[in-house]
Write a protein that binds this ligand. Structure first.
Ligand SMILES: C[S@@+](CC[C@H](N)C(=O)[O-])C[C@H]1O[C@@H](n2cnc3c(N)ncnc32)[C@H](O)[C@@H]1O
Length: 261
């Protein structure tokens, strides 16, 4: 990811509508694993429920960036943020006291088997060379009964300049990301799209960038585009009520919630 993008994300992630909405979706989906009460320990068996055991809950923010989304989980347990970028980890160190920063790659996580209750990978796998290997690692460090939440950009045809700024390798479909989770040995509990209302504007931007690459050359960061924030925040709020009960057939992100058997 380009270094300036970490500073842009760090400046925006506390109040930007997308980050706020994403933290709300994370909280909704992970609620059974994050609800107050004792967390399951690494030795909990396959039949352990979301809140079995006695140890403090351990949460991994995989590819944490400047750390804002993972920090949203800090009230529920001890958050470890791992990232390959020292620039990202410097922001975590300076701004997120509830998160322990760790340098490393998702493809080779420096953690013991079954050492986390919850793993979140938010807009990360699309930047990773070996995404299938990374998801296998996420599954390995998850304790039996623990939850992995992945939220990744959807649909190759929505690729835009922002993808280049964050060094994106790919975008996902719902069946594709769910299949990657299953191949890693996880049980898929939810697989849906999100941010359905972003598909028309993101599609229009992608098309405009393809038709007029020079005219849109400075359009490399989504977090600085704020004009429609109030409208998007309202739409995200409404969509979240829907997502609490049902899946969406289209959206600019893919969401997969899985657990380790
Ligand atoms: C688009 S940012 C997302 C950051 C954060 N998860 C969020 O929600 O704001 C992607 C992050 O993944 C990190 N990353 C990319 N490839 C990685 C890898 N193989 N291992 C660990 N981190 C990686 C990048 O350094 C970057 O901080």
């Amino acid at each position: 990811m380009e270094i300036e993008e970490y500073a842009r994300i760090a400046a925006a992630e506390d109040d930007h509508w997308w980050y706020r909405a994403t933290r709300a979706v994370m909280a909704d989906l992970l609620d059974p694993w994050l609800a107050p009460g004792p967390a399951a320990g690494p030795t909990a068996g396959p039949t352990a429920g979301p809140t079995a055991g006695l140890e403090e809950r351990r949460i991994l923010d995989a590819g944490c960036g400047p750390g804002g989304n993972g920090a949203g989980l800090a009230a529920a347990g001890a958050v470890v943020g791992i990232d390959v970028s020292p620039d990202a980890l410097a922001f975590v160190q300076a701004r997120r006291p509830g998160t322990t920063p760790v340098a490393g790659t998702l493809e080779r996580l420096p953690f013991a088997d079954a050492s986390f209750d919850v793993v979140a990978a938010i807009t990360v796998l699309y930047c990773v060379d070996d995404d299938a290997g990374a998801v296998r690692e996420l599954a390995r460090v998850l304790r039996p009964g623990g939850a992995a939440l992945m939220i990744e950009p959807a649909f190759a045809w929505l690729t835009r300049a922002h993808d280049k700024t964050v060094h994106s390798r790919r975008r996902y479909t719902r069946p594709g990301l769910a299949a990657t989770a299953r191949a890693a040995g996880l049980t898929v509990r939810r697989a849906t799209y999100a941010y359905s209302f972003l598909v028309p504007p993101a599609g229009a931007l992608a098309l405009a960038e393809r038709l007029r690459p020079h005219a849109t050359a400075d359009a490399g960061s989504d977090v600085e585009r704020r004009t429609l924030d109030p409208a998007f925040a309202r739409l995200a709020h409404a969509e979240r009520q829907w997502l609490r009960r049902r899946n969406l057939p289209v959206g600019s992100s893919v969401v997969v919630l899985a657990s380790r058997p």
